[in-house]
Design a protein around this ligand. Structure first.
Ligand code: 5RP
Length: 245
């Protein structure tokens, strides 16, 4: 059973001395309290999710968690979890998960999310949609102005970039191909590209937008994670709060 809206837990450490990583770790440790022995777990991707995986690894090592099976949402997470001896499996072998825990780029009041700034949106959505419960860990809410990622096939990516920008003309959308550190197109674990959508004004109807984006041939997945979240754990200056529907 999940706590009701905004259960605030006081921190033992004064917030002023907490770094961003401390906050991420606080949220991650709280989320791992939902993990029980014997669970099949979706392991998220990103800097906050990495703290979750680290904690799970720690609890497995100490024997506090047993019979855990992890389904990673990216090659990065797979490598981290394997290095910590977290037993791993796949969605093929475990199409039904008990719990997934992951970070997010934006969380709205309905607990709908934008995800995929880390580029792992496709596997994240597949794994998290297959999970009974999906707990999100963040070190603060909001983040308007960040991009909304769309994973597209490499073939004629510009064709889809232009179509996406056109679709959100009214929102003043600027679509950009994501580049890696060397200025080359960023390639996802699934060998696709990512088009990041930057909006001047927010999308009015995200459910309709999600459907329209997904209907484009050559679009593989988008970063709107709608109606999937069970609870969001937020670590901030005031402490750790849990928001659930
Ligand atoms: C990766 C994601 C991440 O969960 C999201 O970008 C948040 O990352 P971080 O915890 O590093 O802020 O969606 O695709």
């Amino acid at each position: 059973r999940y706590p009701s809206k905004f259960v605030i837990k006081a921190l033992s450490t004064p917030p002023s001395v907490l770094t961003q990583d401390d906050l991420k770790k606080l949220a991650a440790d709280k989320a791992v309290e939902y993990v029980k022995s014997g669970m099949v777990l979706g392991l998220g991707t990103g800097s906050t999710a990495a703290f979750v995986v680290a904690k799970i690894g720690e609890l497995i090592k100490s024997g506090e968690l047993t019979n855990i099976v992890g389904v990673p949402t990216s090659k990065r997470t797979q490598e981290q979890a394997a290095s910590l001896n977290v037993p791993l499996s796949t969605l093929d072998a475990h199409p039904h998960l008990d719990l997934a825990i992951d970070g997010a780029d934006e969380v709205d009041p309905d607990l709908d999310l934008v995800k995929g700034r880390g580029g792992a949106l496709l596997r994240e959505k597949m794994v998290e949609a297959a999970s009974d419960k999906f707990v999100v860990v963040v070190d603060g809410l909001g983040g308007s102005g960040l991009a909304m990622p769309v994973e597209v096939v490499q073939f004629c990516w510009k064709y889809n970039l232009v179509r996406l920008q056109e679709l959100f003309k009214e929102e003043g959308c600027e679509a950009k191909l994501r580049l890696d550190g060397d200025g080359k197109p960023y390639v996802t674990d699934n060998m696709n590209y990512i088009v990041d959508l930057y909006f001047k004004t927010p999308i009015k109807d995200s459910a309709a937008a999600g459907k329209e984006i997904a209907a484009f041939e050559g679009v593989v997945e988008h970063g709107l994670f709608l109606d999937m979240t069970t609870a969001v754990i937020i670590a901030g200056g005031d402490g750790v709060s849990i928001k659930s529907k």
